[in-house]
Design a protein around this ligand. Sequence first.
Ligand SMILES: *Cc1c(COP(=O)(O)O)cnc(C)c1O
Ligand SMILES: [Zn+2]
Length: 376
Amino acid sequence: MKYICMNCNKEYSPAPELIKCTCGSALWVKPTSSFSKNDLIGNEFTFLRYSNAFPIKKHDIQVSFNNPITPLTQAELSGVPILVKMDSLQPTGSFKDRGAVLVINYLKNHGINSIAEDSSGNGGSAYAGYAAKGKMECNIFVPAGTSLGKTTQTRLYGANCIEITGTREDVATAAMESTKTHGSYYVGHNWYPLFIEGVKSIAYEIWEQCGYKAPDNFVVPAGNGSLLAGAYLGFSELLKSGEIDKLPRLFGVQSEGVQPFVQVFNNTDIEITSLNTIAEGIKIQRSSRLKEIVEFVRGSKGCFISVSEQQIQLALKEMGSQGYFIEPTSATAFAGIAHLLKTGEINAKEVTVGVITGNGLKATNTIEHLINVLID
Ligand SMILES: *Cc1c(COP(=O)(O)O)cnc(C)c1O
Ligand SMILES: [Zn+2]
């Protein structure tokens, strides 16, 4: 395995403490191969089915919950059938499990026993869960006011959960600084190169679940963009091997107040107008991989869009009424699909997958405040 900077093309040999290029950009695992049906481990029905696509091989993965392949199910938005990828059923309740499991195993294999991470909540609870399983010390820095569901979960796993007053970027700085005095390793999921390698698995699962085809559209909430990046890289490997004949169009959905991806995609300046959104998982003012991910989305012929708080609430309700208890952050994806259908950007006959990125139980406090508005 090698790391590469997509900004200046410099290559590095991986090391546990290595997270950034000398030019300041994020590092990526250097793409090596394509992925095809022959690479599936046929008698595995856990995430290890796809372990040939990971830079860490099956026998080196010691710490896991035998992570499941999550269901792809049918739902409807304004009468249009869509497919729903239920990553709320990951062991710690969000898609962040996909990345955290690889990072934790890499560190464990290097004899590391203490980590620090910054998170809006789910990345932290995911790392805390795997650290608990692997008997590692874990320090999670979150913004003050993070959902109680996520901080309580993190603390129950035995991690130190430190709440920081300030922006999401202040929280990241606090986590990085802490490693200097604490002897721990920084594993921030927005920076750590191996995190995205694990997220690629969502693409292989959907490909298998769609009958070895790519869907037409793949729609997710976008914060740092790791889910978009993982999906792009996973589907690209399938394209390279000829397993699919085109990439799905990738769509990243943001809230109106915090929409840096939308602004950069449309060649306008980044302007944050309000941090006051119920989509707490995507309040990121500047992704560590912004330029690269904008290019991935362009390359897939998709785009970034933003939705209002009201659209997010309506989507939360519409999904709830069909039996999906989802995080308000995840509701942005479904608000986005409704919006894309309405504007004609995507079409009712196409196969569109939306991802439930996080379980509603994590944000019961937020949803409780909305319930009188939502249920008439
Ligand atoms: C982290 C998170 C996101 C955003 O994912 P990125 O990879 O940062 O774009 C979306 N939804 C939920 C529930 C999350 O926890
Ligand atoms: Zn560089």
